[in-house]
Design a protein around this ligand. Structure first.
Ligand SMILES: [Zn+2]
Length: 249
């Protein structure tokens, strides 16, 4: 097990593990004597506090793996640094991420050829606990951003995927032309987000035309009484002192 943990980072030591149903919980600790401040680059060996950080990693023998590290918060003694403390960071996982980089790569590899719902279902069975939105976010992170205005750039990127049969896109004419150019046989479909957005827009406009500009709502009896009382108070305010006196008597 220690060897498996050392593949993540040679500065990690294996402490223990526990199996529960289909999950394997591993505890590790960092053995670095000095930790480098990510803000100024100076090393520090003074510990401020510790806290548990848990993240998921690649499965072992069909067990989903959860690793807990007693993460250290260190003091930064550099008087020029804007931060007095910092948390120890590791190359194998992004700051505050819940999955290791190698697990994220595996999720993308397994999800790239199917939709996010099917991918999430398959991955949950024996790889990782993951929702469809996380699969989408990871795939988006790996998808290059192509300049929408440059048809050549879009074409070039599309041609790197010769197996495209169906391509989902928004209403952009540039994208439409680029797809026709790069994959003339592919079927172009409107993506769900823009389809629903446009439908909502047209339905709103239709209802605005069909409905009267002003809709009157009938008051209930209690409200009528309240309105009458307010009116009466308003009228009384307009009376002169003499008129008020005459009204009372
Ligand atoms: Zn610092």
């Amino acid at each position: 097990m220690d060897m498996f943990i050392k593949q993540l980072d040679p500065n990690l030591d294996y402490i223990n593990y526990e199996i529960n149903n289909d999950k394997c919980y591993i505890t590790v600790a960092s053995n670095r004597k000095e930790v480098i401040c990510p803000f100024c680059g100076r090393s520090s060996s003074r510990i401020h506090s510790t806290y548990n950080r848990t993240f998921q990693d690649l499965p072992i023998q069909g067990y989903k793996v959860f690793i807990t590290i007693r993460n250290r918060k260190m003091f930064c003694d550099n008087s020029d640094c804007k931060h007095t403390t910092f948390a120890e960071r590791f190359d194998f996982i992004s700051y505050k991420a819940k999955k290791t980089r190698r697990l994220e790569d595996e999720i993308v590899r397994l999800s790239i050829n199917c939709n996010s719902v099917a991918a999430s279902k398959d991955l949950k069975e024996n790889v990782v606990d993951i929702g469809k939105s996380t699969v989408c976010n990871l795939l988006k992170k790996q998808t290059p951003v192509v300049d929408k205005k440059t048809i050549t750039a879009v074409c070039k990127w599309l041609r790197t995927y010769p197996n495209f049969l169906v391509i989902s896109r928004d209403g952009s004419i540039t994208y439409g032309n680029a797809i026709t150019d790069a994959h003339p046989e592919a079927l172009q479909i409107c993506d769900r987000f823009h389809l629903l957005k446009n439908l909502t827009l047209y339905v709103t406009e239709y209802l605005k035309k069909r409905l009267k500009p002003q809709v009157s709502i009938q008051s209930v009896s209690q409200e009528i009484k309240e309105v009458e009382t307010i009116k009466q108070v308003d009228e009384n305010r307009k009376l002169t002192l003499k008129e008020k006196y005459e009204k009372i008597n």
